[in-house]
Design a protein around this ligand. Structure first.
Ligand SMILES: [Zn+2]
Length: 289
């Protein structure tokens, strides 16, 4: 707990010392003075902060050029429209490295952007993951699944919505692993490091229920199954059948075990998940051409 508070303070300090944020602060103070100080000091800080978060990441600087070159490569790979990249919203103060997609933009957390010097491949992974969501049209359906996960009274319907959400996530992970052409070691190191940065050492012990309840595969599964696909791809053995049997089936069987799903419903949910995974026709073209 203490460690976390210290970490948060560190992140906050780095935030405040950002030259761009300071520039915005100076500009807002000057404008505020010209207009006779209509904003309180808290209003000033909030305005500067909002401007800062909603300024697209620009390409100048080695780090940002790297982020844009990865983005361009992946967009060409997936054959999708160019996206803008922004800095992470305020809640990312807590989540360290992550990305999100929606409204036609990509948001990378502050810490994900900073990670460039040590682990540039984490940027490749998260950009690949978020752009895959665009390619597969996941953004809108994920919103629908989350609503059902939260509000549905029907257990079967709730489980199906959760599985659908989990499927969009594991599919984005696998797609990112493959289109980035990660080696086994690169993928393993990159994901382990991302989990370590987000959760500390505890990620290895984290139980799957915690992740499933949020509509995510467990952190271990997010490493295991994409790695399995990389291995199969390396031997030219990756096809739909193997993804069905060596990825989707064991993932959903474990989900059913953890969620104590009735024995008779397991095969129904496995079939449902397989349908869901391949529902987007382009998935086949990208993953098993
Ligand atoms: Zn995702």
């Amino acid at each position: 707990m203490k460690h976390k508070r210290k970490k948060k303070l560190g992140i906050l300090l780095r935030f405040i010392s950002s030259p761009l944020l300071l520039t915005y602060l100076v500009i807002t103070i000057v404008i505020n003075n010209i207009f006779d100080g209509f904003l309180s000091s808290i209003g000033l800080i909030l305005l500067a902060f909002t401007l800062y978060l909603f300024t697209p990441l620009i390409k100048f600087g080695k780090r940002n050029r790297y982020i844009y070159s990865v983005k361009k490569r992946l967009e060409n790979n997936l054959n999708i429209k160019r996206r803008m990249i922004y800095r992470g919203p305020i809640e990312d103060l807590e989540t360290t490295v992550s990305g999100s997609a929606g409204f036609g933009i990509i948001v990378l957390s502050q810490d994900l952007i900073r990670i460039y010097n040590e682990k540039p491949l984490i940027i490749d992974f998260f950009l690949g993951h978020e752009l895959s969501h665009y390619k597969f049209n996941d953004i809108k359906s994920q919103r629908k699944y989350r609503k059902l996960m939260k509000n549905s009274d029907d257990l079967m319907e709730k489980n199906k919505a959760t599985i659908s959400h989990i499927i969009t996530e594991i599919r984005a992970d696998i797609t990112s692993a493959l289109i980035n052409k990660f080696s086994i070691k690169e993928y393993n190191d990159t994901l382990s490091m991302a989990h370590l940065l987000n959760e500390g050492d505890s990620w290895k012990e984290q139980d799957s229920k915690f992740s499933y309840d949020r509509g995510y595969p467990s952190r271990k599964e997010r490493i295991k199954y994409p790695l399995r696909c990389i291995k199969l791809r390396n031997y030219n053995l990756l096809n739909k059948d193997r993804i069905d049997n060596f990825v989707i089936k064991p993932l959903i069987v474990n989900f059913c075990r953890v969620k104590r799903v009735n024995q008779s419903d397991i095969s129904i949910l496995v079939d449902y998940a397989i349908q869901d995974f391949w529902k987007v026709p382009v998935a086949k073209d990208i993953l098993v051409y």
